[in-house]
Each structure stands twice: as C-alpha cells, then as structure tokens.
Design a binder for this molecule. Structure first.
Ligand code: ADE
Ligand code: ZN
Length: 335
C-alpha cells in the first residue's frame, strides 16, 4: 500500500536483523534445517508474542535464532528485511547483528557475517537501499567475550562500520565495556549503544562520557534528567527511538503516553525506527503511521523525523545529500 508513511524517504538506524525473522520464516527455516521448535506451529509460535518487559522478549528472540544455521539462512532473512524496508520507504539502513548470540549456538562468525553481508552487497542494486552493518555486543555477557569477538572481526577486516551494545540493560551498565569501546574507536569503528530503554539516565550519561557513543539507541529515559536533555539537545546527539517496541516491551504504558513528542519539543535529534519489527507489530512505516495517527503529526513533523534519520546516519555525504534532496521533493509533493 502506498501511504505517506511508506513514500516518505528515510533512513532506518536501529534495526536488529534477527528481530526481522517473521514467524513464517522461522518455521520455514526450521523445516529446512530439520530443527524441532518448542512451539512448532504458527498458532503456537504466535501465542508467545506477548511481552512484559525487555527480558521476556529477549528470551523468545534468542530461542528463535536456533533456526539460523547456514549462510543462506542469514542471507534469506536479510533479503526479506531489505524488501520489506524498501516497501516502507527506507532508502538507507544501518543493520545490527548479534554475533555472540550465534557463536554461543556453534554458528561461526564467518557464517553469520558472510550470509548477511552477501545480501547487503546486492541491496542497492536490488532494492535501492544503501546499507551499513553494525556488530552489537551483548551487555549481559562479559567484556572479555566481546573483546575476543571484536578482535576476530578486526582481524578478518569484517565489512562493519561500527559496533553497538544491546541485550539486557538493567544491571549491565556501560562502565562494563569501556575497554571494548576504546578498542573499537582505535580501530576506526563508529560507536553506538542502547541506553535509557529500561535503564536510568545515568546509563545514558555513562554511554556518552565513558564509552564515547556517537548515537544512543532508544534514550527515552533521558527525559527523567533535565541536565541530560540539555546536553543531548546542545550536542544534537542522535536518539534512535522505537515507539512500537517501547509499547510492546512496556517501557511506556501506551502509544498516547510515548515521550517522542516531548523529545521533539525539547529539541532532541530524534529518529523513528522499528527495532525488532517481526516482534513488535510494525516496520518503520508502521511506526510512522501509528505516531502520525496518535499525535496527528503534520507532513512537516514527519519530514523532520526523516531528515534527522538521514543526517544521523553513517552514510557518505553524497548519499545523505541525495536522500535529503529526495525528502525535499516528498515534502513539496505533500503541499
Ligand atoms: N536486542 C534486540 N532488541 C533489543 C532491544 N530492544 N533492546 C536491547 N537489546 C535488544
Ligand atoms: Zn534495539
């Protein structure tokens, strides 16, 4: 369907590729790999998609990864996302993957990486979506484990633009990963991290000051700290917000109570993203559509959110200019 939300040219900056595994694809890959799942039918699997918090989601997210075994599995998952992203108006995607989650299941780094990278290599030609890849580290694992994987990625000259930090936030503060981020910075990698999804404002402060992250994934809890909001606004730090995720993981009670309008009003550099769209009831166009309906956003507000996403991306200046020009045409066409 062509809606303003799907024609709006945008970048998606916060997207876990493993979170795009739709239930149908999970069952198809399980059959292909001879894997028996604990919830073997579509109906039984779908019943699991009720979450009470981040951890309740992570339990299912990691369990469902069992179906990702071969390079082809990773490539098929990635291609399915890119096709759906193209339909959502995504023109540039920065895709995160969780190498440690696959290594823990006995899937080699080369397998996950090569499968995802092969789909990304064809993405501009096949879907018109430029891409970058981010390797995220699991904050509920040790820093030593993360450092070992990072060294492997550096040694193999992996096609990643940067690193991220995800998984269970509360109890796993940024201070655990100072050496990891130092090493990545010294290797010339870009730095992003989840912070302030469920965790307190102090985790956002430490993500900025101790880790030197350039972009904060989520960051919604920053509103509990006026000094932090002032700092984020003054520096224009990008916050990659995921409204439907926040509702489904109960970081906020309802979409009507989502802080995104307040964040915009505070002058924060906010973008809209889907996080794990197969789990949270919408891709990035669905996130835009839900926000637009809930808050009656004008075309100007939608364009500002899309502009923030493009400017906050790690795309080349030439690609950013191309996408900003496309966005200008979109805005003119809205009248
Ligand atoms: N891994 C996948 N999705 C995540 C999220 N929303 N927060 C933290 N870790 C994640
Ligand atoms: Zn996330």
């Amino acid at each position: 369907m062509t809606t303003p939300d799907s024609t709006l040219p945008k970048a998606e900056l916060h997207l876990h590729i493993e979170g795009t595994l739709e239930p149908e694809l999970i069952l198809a890959l399980a059959a292909r790999n001879g894997i028996t799942l604990p919830h073997p039918t579509l109906a039984e699997l779908r019943e699991q998609y009720e979450f009470t918090d981040l951890q309740s989601f992570l339990n299912l997210y990691y369990a469902n990864m069992a179906v990702l075994v071969t390079e082809a599995d990773f490539a098929d998952m990635t291609r399915a996302y890119l096709g759906r992203a193209r339909d959502a108006g995504v023109r540039h995607a920065e895709i995160t993957f969780d190498p440690q989650a696959h290594l823990a299941r006995g899937v080699q780094l080369t397998t996950s990486l090569a499968g995802i990278a092969s789909a990304l290599a064809d993405s501009e030609a096949e879907f018109g979506v430029s891409t970058e890849l981010i390797a995220a580290f699991l904050r509920d694992e040790s820093e030593e484990s993360a450092l070992a994987v990072l060294e492997e990625l550096i040694a193999m000259d992996a096609p990643i633009i940067g690193i991220g930090l995800d998984s269970a936030e509360v109890g796993n503060p940024p201070s655990k990963f100072v050496r990891l981020f130092d090493r990545a910075r010294n290797a010339g990698l870009r730095l992003v991290a989840h912070a302030g999804e469920e965790g307190p404002p102090s985790y956002v402060w430490d993500t900025l000051e101790l880790l030197g992250a350039e972009r904060i994934d989520h960051g919604i809890r920053c509103l509990d700290d006026t000094a932090l909001v002032a700092r984020l606004a003054a520096e224009g730090t990008p916050l990659t917000v995921c409204p439907l995720s926040n509702v489904r993981l109960r970081a906020v009670d309802t979409l009507a109570g989502h802080p995104l309008p307040q964040m915009l009003a505070a002058g924060l550099n906010v973008s809209v993203n889907s996080d794990d769209p197969a789990y949270f009831g919408g891709y990035v166009d669905g996130n835009f559509a839900s926000l637009a309906a809930e808050f009656d956003f004008s075309a100007d507000v939608l364009a500002t959110l899309a502009q923030n996403s493009i400017r906050s991306s790690f795309a080349t200046d030439a690609r950013k200019a191309e996408l900003l020009a496309e966005l200008g045409h979109w805005r003119s066409a809205q009248g």
